[in-house]
Write a protein that binds this ligand. Structure first.
Ligand code: CA
Length: 229
C-alpha cells in the first residue's frame, strides 16, 4: 500500500464543497484527492493511504457514518484521522459521529481557515511524528524541519532510516512499540521487511546517539521505547 503521508482524502459529493476545500488545503500545502461515494473511498483506501480523511455525512450510496464504522472496525484504518463534514448541526448527530470514532466534527458552512486549523490540530494530536515542531527528550533534540538531531546542543550524524525511527519514538515517549508496529509506523504498511531490520536500525540509532543512547530502551520480548527513566 502506497503511503501518501501528506495527502488528504475528501469524501464528498457536493462539487462546490470539494472545490472550496481542495483549494484551501492545496494552498495550505497538502495534496488532495477527492472521491464522491463511500464505495469509491473504500476502493481508494485499498491502494493509497492518506494522512487524514474528511468525510461527508450525507453521501449518495451510504452514509459517511457507515463508512466510518467500517474503517474503525478494520485494523488497517482503526487509527486513521477522520474529520466528519456535515450540514447537520444537531447535537445528537455530533454525538453519534464521535461515538463511531470520528476524531473531530465540522458543521457546514465552515470557513476554509477554520477547517485548516482543525486539520492541523488533529494531525498534531494524532500523529505527532508528522508535526513540524522540534521535539526533545533529556539531552536529545530533533528538528523535523531541518532534519537535525543534537545531543547536548551538538549536532550528530544520523542516517535517514534512523532519523525516521527516532522521530517516531521521540513523538511517542514512554510507550513501548513492537518491532511489527515500528515497521508499520516508520516504514509503512507496504514495507516488505523483516522484524530483524528494526533491531539493526535500533543498533545504528544507539551508536549515533552516543552518550544519549540509553534513551532508547529495549523492553524484553516486547520491543523498544524512548524513555528518560
Ligand atoms: Ca453530501
Amino acid at each position: 500500500m502506497a503511503t501518501a503521508a501528506q495527502t488528504i482524502l475528501i469524501v464528498e459529493d457536493e462539487m462546490a464543497i470539494v472545490e472550496l476545500v481542495s483549494f484551501a488545503l492545496k494552498t495550505a500545502g497538502w495534496e488532495v484527492d477527492a472521491v464522491h461515494t463511500t464505495a469509491d473511498a473504500w476502493e481508494y483506501l485499498q491502494h493509497k493511504r492518506p494522512h487524514l480523511i474528511l468525510l461527508d455525512w450525507m453521501l449518495p450510496d451510504q452514509s459517511g457514518l457507515r463508512l466510518l464504522s467500517r474503517l474503525r472496525g478494520d485494523r488497517n484504518f482503526s487509527t486513521m484521522p477522520v474529520i466528519m463534514l456535515t450540514a447537520k448541526s444537531m447535537e445528537e448527530d455530533k454525538v453519534a459521529g464521535l461515538d463511531q470514532g470520528a476524531d473531530d466534527y465540522i458543521t457546514k458552512p465552515f470557513s476554509p481557515r477554520e477547517l485548516t486549523a482543525r486539520i492541523k490540530a488533529l494531525i498534531r494530536r494524532k500523529t505527532p511524528e508528522h508535526a513540524e515542531v522540534a521535539m526533545s527528550a533529556g539531552p536529545l533534540s530533533l528538528d523535523p524541519v531541518s532534519c537535525r538531531v543534537s545531543v547536548n546542543e551538538q549536532q550528530i550524524e544520523i542516517g535517514h532510516a534512523e532519523f525516521k525511527l527516532l522521530k517516531f519514538l521521540i513523538a511517542h515517549p514512554e510507550r513501548v512499540f513492537s518491532r511489527g508496529q515500528l515497521l508499520d509506523k516508520v516504514w509503512g504498511d507496504h514495507a516488505v521487511l523483516e522484524e530483524r531490520t528494526v533491531d539493526v536500525h535500533i543498533l545504528r540509532l544507539r551508536k549515533a546517539l552516543g552518550t544519549a543512547e540509553s534513551l532508547i530502551q529495549t523492553v524484553r520480548s516486547v520491543g523498544y521505547m524512548l524513555s528518560e527513566k
